[in-house]
Design a protein around this ligand. Structure first.
Ligand code: TTP
Length: 194
């Protein structure tokens, strides 16, 4: 049996689309970014730690899947990693960063078993529009940005602020369907035939 080590309702819905049987568990790990840790390494480490923490709590499970999503501006030397906004001021700062040019959304997925952990990371480029003060206030009050990396949900009300994406839509929402399906096959987890 597969465990989804996540509290995210989006990840639950996306994983269900892959036709696998699973149960969910909310795991709590330390998400502190380490000094000089590159965004891809960071997001992959968190996905791996979530998957492994899941398996440690439910050792009767055969596999545990963890995922993590971060928004990155200026990926490379001067990158800034945006997680979830702490408050309105923090969200406003994030949105002003996102208005400067395209950003990257990184989603890592890891599947842990007793023998090993396999993982992948998916990088999607997103062009987000500049928000007016009024739009920022309105969007914050909807409650949508609070639990989302970069302070927006492409699948929700913020869809109207996204000009273009290059990459995987499902990865931006929290779980890349194609790449997760490949990992599931690699792990040997049975899926409904398609
Ligand atoms: C950019 C973006 C992020 N998000 C979400 C995906 C993730 O759920 C969330 C980033 O936080 P994460 O820490 O990756 O995940 P989580 O805390 O929601 O769930 P868990 O750790 O238990 O698996 O932001 C969207 O839903 N839409 C978007 O457009």
């Amino acid at each position: 049996m597969l465990l989804l080590a996540s509290q995210s309702p989006r990840r639950k819905t996306l994983l269900a689309q892959l036709g696998v049987q699973f149960t969910t568990l909310n795991v709590d790990i330390d998400e502190t970014h380490r000094p000089l840790e590159r965004s891809e390494d960071y997001v992959t480490r968190l996905a791996r730690e979530k998957a492994q923490a899941g398996l440690a709590s439910r050792p009767e499970m055969q596999w545990s899947l963890g995922a993590d999503t971060v928004v990155v501006t200026d990926q490379g030397e001067h990158e800034q990693i945006l997680g979830k906004p702490r408050d309105f001021e923090h969200a406003k700062h994030m949105w002003s960063q996102l208005a400067k040019g395209p950003h990257n959304v990184l989603t890592a997925v890891a599947i842990a078993s007793n023998s090993d952990t396999i993982e992948c990371v998916v990088n999607t480029q997103v062009w987000f529009s500049a928000l007016s003060e009024r739009q920022m206030q309105w969007y914050w009050n909807t409650g949508e940005p609070q639990d989302k990396a970069g302070g927006y949900g492409i699948q929700g009300l913020a869809g109207q602020f996204v000009k273009q994406i290059k990459g995987s839509y499902s990865a931006v929402v929290g779980l890349p369907l194609y790449q997760t399906s490949e990992l599931i096959k690699q792990a040997g987890i049975s899926q409904n035939e398609c």
